[in-house]
Design a protein around this ligand. Structure first.
Ligand SMILES: Nc1nc2c(c(=O)[nH]1)N[C@H]1C(S)=C(S)[C@@H](COP(=O)(O)OP(=O)(O)OC[C@H]3O[C@@H](n4cnc5c(N)ncnc54)[C@H](O)[C@@H]3O)O[C@H]1N2
Ligand code: MOO
Ligand SMILES: [Mg+2]
Length: 403
């Protein structure tokens, strides 16, 4: 049996190849970029006027000129005009290309424009401080051919803007892995069926599917009976088609708990079986040489739940290139005792005080089968195995399953 930390480390170390697909800019946000993005031109691509005003030649002002006849108008979107006389100026608008023979922009607020005999003159009120004032210089942000966004970046709206500006209407992005959720157990019937007295409806697969969906991953759901030959056959097929298998049930010591031996028979290397935790101790994890990663979770619903949020969710974040989740901590509201030398995932309700302190109130549930008990909880406090008494006010890592 290994510790929770060791189990976590072994899971996080597993890499899988993600298929690459091409998505429109709108659809690509939040995804992992599957190609590098380079600058096709300088950023900005021309000397860009940054203030509405007039453009002059700085040396003319330095030579003592402070009133310039307005020769014309340079609008944004129009090709560059040329200033014909350095003692004159052109009106320029924000976003326009800086006219040829000019190098300095003075905003309207710093000039006074007057008209005399049908001609307009700009008199400078506030001295320009330097050449290229109010000019966003060509190539000052990035140079043509510069690497702008490396492959593997998570695409936020900032990356989308840059990609659009270099003419990429669609982007290669890493797709989520193909995930199969497979529940096992002869006592389980469909949600749409009325169970017999000795049967129950499946709930783990729906919980897992919903949790994956919240992470932007769609999964196919299957159910397999506790039949060795069938399991061997079906799991062999699933290993060929899916990059990730999430199983629930059949991993403990029962006469029909075939999953660990069958997975190994199919060539899935066991990376661990049993973790020093409650709930979720019989958790089995392995990897097939051909690529697929297999999480075989204990069937008890709260165990399935805990194992998903503690291990699968962070692993998927890593695989998908998402930033790690925040390391949340919360303070116990009341004392808790737990004697076994196991990490204890305690269901808790969270309250945030006016000072921003996260407080965790233990929720009593009827063991790892009581998934209805989780309705009153927001997450689990991870209580370490080397402690038996956990005092009120002490703070511990928190795994939250509500937004
Ligand atoms: N002799 C021992 N027995 C058990 C041990 C042990 O150490 N020694 N461990 C217990 C612990 S802890 C757990 S957790 C369970 C794990 O059992 P399995 O992974 O083998 O799961 P099952 O036996 O198939 O089912 C357990 C329980 O969960 C219900 N279940 C299963 N799948 C679903 C589903 N999709 N939806 C809803 N409920 C499900 C199932 O009906 C059982 O009640 O083993 C203990 N036993
Ligand atoms: O550890 Mo099991 O997961 O409690 O029922
Ligand atoms: Mg069992």
């Amino acid at each position: 049996m290994i510790t929770v930390d060791e189990a976590f480390a072994r899971i996080i170390a597993q890499k899988i190849e993600l298929p690459v697909t091409e998505l429109s800019l709108e659809e690509a946000v939040g995804k992992v970029l599957g190609e590098p993005i380079y600058a096709d031109r300088d950023f900005p691509p021309y000397h860009r006027v940054t203030m509405d005003g007039i453009a002059i030649r700085y040396e003319a002002y330095q030579a003592g000129e402070d009133t310039f006849r307005v020769e014309g108008l340079q609008l944004a979107g129009a090709p560059a005009q040329t200033l014909t006389s350095k003692d004159e100026c052109l009106e320029v608008m924000t976003g326009a290309i800086l006219p040829k023979n000019t190098d300095t922009v003075i905003r309207y607020e710093d000039v006074s424009i007057t008209e005399r005999r049908g001609k307009r003159y700009a008199h400078i009120l506030a001295a320009p401080k330097m050449r290229l004032q109010n000019v966003h210089q060509q190539g000052s942000d990035r140079r043509a051919t510069d690497l702008l966004i490396p492959e593997g970046t998570i695409l936020s709206p900032a990356e989308i803007a840059v990609a659009a500006s270099v003419g990429k209407s669609s982007l290669k992005v890493a797709e989520a892995p193909r995930v199969a959720i497979i529940s096992t157990g002869d006592e389980l019937v469909e949600v749409t069926q009325t169970p017999l007295p000795h049967q129950i409806r499946k709930s783990n697969s729906y919980m897992l599917q919903a949790a994956l969906r919240e992470q932007g991953v769609t999964a196919d759901v299957f159910h397999l009976a506790d039949d060795k030959a069938l399991l061997l056959n079906e799991l062999s097929e699933k290993l060929k088609k899916y990059a990730v298998l999430v199983l629930s049930g059949g991993v403990s010591k029962g006469k029909a708990d075939y999953i660990p031996e069958i997975l190994q028979e199919l060539g899935v290397e066991q990376l661990f079986h049993e973790v020093a935790q409650r709930p979720g101790k019989p958790f089995w994890f392995g990897k097939h040489a051909a690529g697929p990663v297999v999480f075989a979770l204990p069937g008890n619903p709260v165990s399935t739940f805990v194992c998903y949020y503690k291990y699968i969710q962070p692993w998927l974040r890593t695989v998908l290139g998402a930033a790690p989740a925040w390391n949340l901590q919360a303070h116990l509201t009341t004392e808790v005792t737990f004697n076994p030398k196991l990490t204890y995932f305690l269901p808790v309700k969270i309250f945030i005080t006016a000072n921003g302190i996260w407080r965790a109130q233990p929720i009593t549930i009827g063991g790892s089968g009581d998934f209805a008990g989780l309705l009153a909880a927001d997450g689990f406090l991870e209580l370490p195995p080397d402690q038996m008494k956990f005092s009120a006010g002490e703070s511990f890592p928190l795994i939250c399953f509500r937004g």
